[in-house]
Structures are given as structure tokens and as C-alpha cells.
Design a protein around this ligand. Sequence first.
Ligand code: GDP
Length: 444
Amino acid sequence: MAFEGLAARLQETLKNIRGKGKVSEQDVKDMMREVRLALLEADVNFKVVKQFIANVKEKALGQEVMKSLTPGQQVIKVVNEELTALMGTEQSKIAVAKKSPTVVMMVGLQGAGKTTTTAKLASHLRKQHNRNPLLVACDVYRPAAIQQLQTLGKQVGMPVFSLGDKANPVDIVKQAMQHAEAEHHDYVLIDTAGRLHIDETLMTELADIKSIVQPDEILLVVDAMTGQDAVNVAEAFHEQLDVTGVVLTKLDGDTRGGAALSIKAVTNTPIKFAATGEKVDQFEPFHPDRMASRILGMGDVLSLIEKAQTHVDEEKARELEKKLRSMDFTFDDFLEQLDQVKSMGPLEDLLGMIPGMNKAKGLKNLKVDDQQLVRVEAIVRSMTPLEKQDPSVINGSRRRRIAKGSGTTIQDVNRLLKQFEDMKKMMKQMSGMQGGKGKKKKGF
Ligand code: GDP
């Protein structure tokens, strides 16, 4: 999970104050000293840290907090609110032009993840907003950038407009705009060229493209792992181009969080999206409030629910629940369930969103083994239809065959069969409890 270091430190610091029924000025001061250190260590811009601490202190020492019945919790609420405010009070959405197509220019340094992000954004617009974007390959300098966009375009099923790497970017965008109108595309995403460092030629080229296409949105793609460098890059780009939003990439590898926490405050440009991996679907709108809650270990239940909603077919879920209750649950249903879980992304990412999960003792170093899922799936797929429907027929020789077919061992097969039976038993008990006669429901 992103921001592990910061999250762990802040949670440790806040633990001391959380349950306090009485909080003194000294308590707040002590705590803020720790918070300040944690933020600086996370590579947050020092001016931002200073302002943050001042804001929290003022609010935390205010009458409302100190006189409340739960001052400890109120202080944490203040920290949470201020952390959210640092990253933007509300979620900033991508622009929608009054007149179609909406033009989005993607800018950033080489290697930040611009090309990948362009394809991710296209896929997001299609899946979540039912849009029909056109990708435009304008990075004529980086070797193979055009080809990369074409490959990604194919992967997400989105057309890519290109004139090869000999054409001039300004000509490319001009023709791309005509093409987009003729083909009724409602979004045009332009993958512009980057450089290893900011230089004048790059900025001039970007400014030329900007004046031709008059973009509705200029999204700056920055690599979160570069910390304060990302913030400096953002400042420079913003000065020259009036960037309208930031996409933070590689949050998966950013254990510190300095860029995410500083960019909005330093450049006053909102973070609109976050990328958390190389895969096309590892991309999501950036929610400052949810990110703040995750950093403070309050979990990110909303993101989890949203993820589940986009990936899980509600009807199927209801059907499954019925089956579980009626004990008709078979290995076929199990496979279907497994597919849904897998489509939600790596298990470790999901666990990080569950409140308390990342700080629970013993779970701290928990590594979820996605390989285990692969093995389980192989075993189930090696069963015959009869075996999947009625596992009780699986005798010794069948077990041997399944193990061989799935490249696992008989012990693996035995273990899975036992777990499956245990699970069914547990379900039986649970549904018995819910519908059980004479048993009172326990209230909270
Ligand atoms: P560009 O030069 O800015 O167009 O960068 P690319 O799109 O080619 O990305 C550079 C590298 O970063 C590629 O290997 C990408 O797969 C990788 N990358 C992009 N976004 C992410 C991300 O969110 N997480 C991780 N781990 N890698 C990423």
C-alpha cells in the first residue's frame, strides 16, 4: 500500500491521544511535534508542513475540541480534515466540454507514465462514463512511444491516431481534431512528448499544441516516487502551461507520500487521478478524503465498496447468497466467485482498504499469496462437472487425477476439499443462526 511509512508513524502517534477524555495543550503540542517529524520524513514540502501544523494546532486547541466529550477523537478528526484539505477538499473531476469533443492534453517528463496513463484514462472514460475517446500519438521523440500507445490502445480497444514519428506534433493534432470530429469522438486524449528534464524546446512545443487545440484540460502526469522532485516539476509545468490537473502515477511504489501531500498545496492544482500499477485498470479517481482516511488507518471502505460494485454483478451476488443459504453451493459457484474476486485486483490492495487491517498486529507483514488462488483455481478446473457439483464422489483415485491435472499435490487437493466442506458447514451454522427458531437476534 502507498504511504506505509507515514501511515504507520501517524497511527502510532495518534494512538496515544485517541481515547483521551482530557487533552491538555501540552498533549497537543507533543503530538504535533511527532506529526511534524512524520510529515517531514515522508518528504512533504517543509512550508506545507509548517502551515499544516499551525492549522491543526489552532483548531485542536479551540474551545469546540477541548470542551467536547471526546477531545482525543476530535483532535484526530481535525488532523483528518486538514490532511484532506491538503490534498483538496473534494474530488476533482475531469473536464467535460460544452461542445464535443473534450480535448485533454497529457503532459509530463519522460518515464513519468504519460503514455500508459493516457491509455488508462481512455479505458476509464469508456468504462465509467460510456465515452468514446480518440488517442493521439504526439510523442514523436521517445523511441517506440507511438508503438507503445498503439499496443495499449489495442489492449483497451481504443483507436489511436498517428502520423508516424516524422510528422510535426502540431500537424498531428490538427489532423487528429478533424478525424475526431468526423468519427464523432467525444474525447481527444493527446499523448505529448516528454523530456528527461524540463527545457525550453519542450515547453515551446507544448505551448504551440496548446494554442492550436485549446484544450479543456491539461493533465500533468508525475511520478509520485520522485517526491519533492515531482512537486518541482509540477510547479515548472504549471507556470508555463496553466495545468488544470495532476495525475499521480506509481503510488504503488510510493511508501512516503510527499508528492501527494504537497502538490496541491504548492501548485494549487488538484490531483484528479491516481495510478497504482502498470496494468491498465490500476487507475482511479483521486479522493482526498479517502486517501487521508487511509493514511490515518481509518480504512477506505468507500473505495472498496465502489470497487466491488463495478466488478461484481449484483444479480449474480444475490443468486449466490441464495445458494449459500440453501446449501446448493458447488465448486462451479466457487469458481465464479473466484473470478469476481480476481477481477477486483491484487488481494493485498483490497486488504489495505479495510479499516484496521493495515495496523492489526500480526497482519502487519501479511503478504497475500495470489499464487495460492491460482493453485486453488487449477485444482477446481481439473475436476469433472460431476465432481464440481458433488464433491463427495471424489475418492482416492479421483484425487490423484485432479492433483496431476492441476500440477499440485494430493495434499493440496485434500486441503481444498476439507476447506470447502468446512466452509459449507460454517454457512449452515450461520444460516441456522439467522433463521433459527427460538433464537433471539443479538443487537448491538
Ligand atoms: P512516459 O515516458 O511518461 O510515456 O512513460 P510510460 O508510460 O512509458 O511509463 C514508464 C514506465 O512506468 C513503464 O514501464 C510503465 O509501465 C510504468 N508505469 C506507469 N504507471 C505506473 C504505475 O502507476 N505504477 C507502476 N508501478 N509503474 C507504472
